[in-house]
Design a protein around this ligand. Structure first.
Ligand code: SF4
Ligand code: SF4
Length: 298
């Protein structure tokens, strides 16, 4: 079985316990206004363009059968609307001006990369993490990957934002050791404005997950001007306070890495957001601690 993989990151230390290999699957069911990985949103291969790196070798023009790359008055031009997403030009571009976002890979190809670091998982209590985008969007592919990890005795974590029917996740839970769940905004109106839906299904799924007794980490990216208030963070912390297997609640500061990526995909930045200071993040963590025992940052 094949799936659309954005990236496989080895020696990851922020996506669950120990040393991990994180597999990013492409395609997402939310549309967060501040997305720091916009190349993960669309469920199809894409080419990211960084014109300042172009050396003018012309290889992309030669290999593109859709005529998307052309010379216009001596300069390299690109017609994104003509692209058929074959990825050939990115394979031929050695300067890094064209970067393929999304490759179709077999379960066995992904597993071969995961298994390369199996000794490190054993020594560090690490494993494999499946992230995105929204990994549940490729539920069948994810199911096969989880099953293959289970067969090899590899610890599995899934990073999810919860916007899909509950049975999608419920069916996979027996093969998952840890769920890392993003709850970004408590207020339904704000959720609709910044994420594209009112968040009701996301909260309902988290409620069911919390009751399912699966080891769980809940995370909130803290975005200046959106959810960096005691009301928002307190409301989320109160919501998750009674989950029996909650390992901890984590606040992650917004960063601006997504801005350059938007341009490379031909997308416009609609709104600017700010990164909360360390002090403010610690103040918000204090608010969350009124409801939840373990909160990061410590
Ligand atoms: S292959 Fe890359 S470096 Fe060569 S012309 Fe195309 S974009 Fe520029
Ligand atoms: S991905 Fe394929 S169709 Fe699209 S620009 Fe590159 S070579 Fe042309």
């Amino acid at each position: 079985m094949k799936g659309l993989v954005l990236n496989i990151q080895r020696f990851s230390t922020h996506d669950g316990p120990g040393v991990r290999t994180t597999v990013f699957l492409k395609g997402c069911t939310n549309s967060c206004a501040w997305c720091h990985n916009p190349e993960s949103i669309r469920p199809r291969p894409e080419v990211q363009i960084y014109p300042e790196r172009c050396l003018g070798c012309g290889r992309c023009i030669e290999v593109c059968q859709a005529g998307a790359h052309q010379l216009v008055e001596g300069a390299k031009g690109y017609h994104r609307e003509r692209c058929q997403h074959c990825g050939r030009c990115a394979e031929e571009c050695f300067s890094g001006a064209l970067v393929a976002a999304g490759r179709s890979l077999e379960v066995e190809e992904v597993m071969a990369q995961i298994l390369e670091d199996a000794p490190y998982y054993r020594h560090s209590q690490g494993g494999a993490t499946f992230s995105g985008g929204e990994p549940l969007m490729q539920q069948e592919f994810l199911r096969e990957l989880l099953r293959a990890c289970r067969d090899q005795g590899i610890h599995t974590a899934v990073e999810t934002a919860g916007n899909y029917p509950w049975p999608f996740l419920a069916e996979l839970l027996p093969s998952i050791d840890l769920v890392m769940y993003d709850l970004k905004i408590a207020d339904p109106g704000k959720h609709r404005r910044y994420i594209g839906n009112d968040g009701e299904r996301i909260r309902a799924n988290l409620q069911l997950l919390g009751a399912a007794g699966k080891p769980l980490i809940v995370r909130t990216p803290v975005i200046g001007g959106v959810n960096d208030t005691p009301e928002e963070i307190g409301s989320i912390a109160r919501f998750i306070a009674d989950f029996p297997e909650l390992l901890y609640y984590e606040l992650l500061p917004y960063h601006t890495l997504g801005q350059a990526k938007l341009q490379s995909l031909g997308l416009e930045e609609e709104e600017r957001f700010t990164t909360p200071s360390k002090e403010h993040l610690h103040e918000l963590a204090e608010v969350a601690r009124q409801f939840v025992g373990q909160v990061r940052p410590n």
